[in-house]
Design a protein around this ligand. Structure first.
Ligand code: SAM
Length: 227
């Protein structure tokens, strides 16, 4: 990632306060906290929402979607713990902010987003920031991205009625996936692991609310209701 000429002193203090609030949520790993300092979140947030760029809260990014809460993203990254050689699948590019954090941790990130405008915006920001290890695709992430499978890490940022079988199939042996699963309004965040071909599933956080995962193995558009 290149030094950011558009970073601004106004945001430095806000970013430090965000990091304090992530620490307040129990994330103490310094290397992880440093990543949140390196990536200027405001670059990924639409202009009208810039005043909220460093809130530890979901922020609207248009098209009925949100950039996820940073402390929740830190929780994801701590549990998934991508290694430098890992190939990562992200379902739900959204703003591209988590994509950037993942790209600093792993080898290559393959990120799928169903809303073309969001993917295009994320691509522009990631390019401006000099990321060269990120591939974006517009499409249905519930079917994964078979061409580049298997993935050591899969992260899903939208809620599904079940764990899509295609994503389980595309998980590498030794791989791990985080995905919110449950009813439309409330879900559990599940950690799915594949070891020696065996799948284990564990709930790591209960009572979450994510936007719906819409697609072949997620919710059908009519079923999901408004978010
Ligand atoms: N990590 C993103 C961020 O911080 O900006 C999260 C974005 S939002 C919580 C979840 C995203 O998942 C939305 O942009 C939504 O359009 C996308 N999404 C929903 N269903 C999808 C699907 N089947 N395939 C790909 N993306 C999907």
């Amino acid at each position: 990632m290149e030094a950011d000429p558009l970073d601004d002193y106004r945001y430095v203090g806000a970013r430090r306060r965000l990091i304090e609030s992530i620490r307040g949520e129990g994330i103490e790993e310094l290397e992880l906290l440093r990543l949140f300092d390196r990536v200027p979140r405001h670059r990924f947030i639409p202009e009208g929402m810039l005043h909220r760029a460093y809130e530890d809260a979901p922020v609207p990014i248009g098209y009925g979607q949100t950039a996820s809460q940073p402390s929740l993203q830190a929780f994801y990254l701590r549990l998934l713990d991508p290694a430098p050689e890992d190939r990562i699948l992200e379902v739900g590019t959204g703003s591209g902010y988590l994509t950037a954090l993942l790209a600093l941790m792993g080898d290559r990130v393959y990120s799928v987003e169903r809303i073309r405008e969001l993917s295009t915006r994320a691509r522009a920001v990631l390019d401006e920031m000099g990321f060269q290890n990120v591939a974006l695709m517009v499409g249905d992430g519930t079917i994964g991205w078979r061409k580049f499978a298997p993935f050591q890490v899969i992260t899903v940022a939208a809620a599904s009625p079940q764990v899509p079988q295609a994503l389980i199939d595309q998980l590498a042996d030794g791989g791990r996936m985080l995905i919110p699963v449950g009813r439309r309004k409330v879900q559990d965040l599940l950690m799915v692991r594949k070891v020696g071909g065996e799948i284990t599933t564990e709930s790591v956080r209960e009572g979450c609310t994510f936007v719906p995962l819409l697609g072949r193995y997620g919710w059908a558009e009519g079923e999901a209701g408004s978010s």
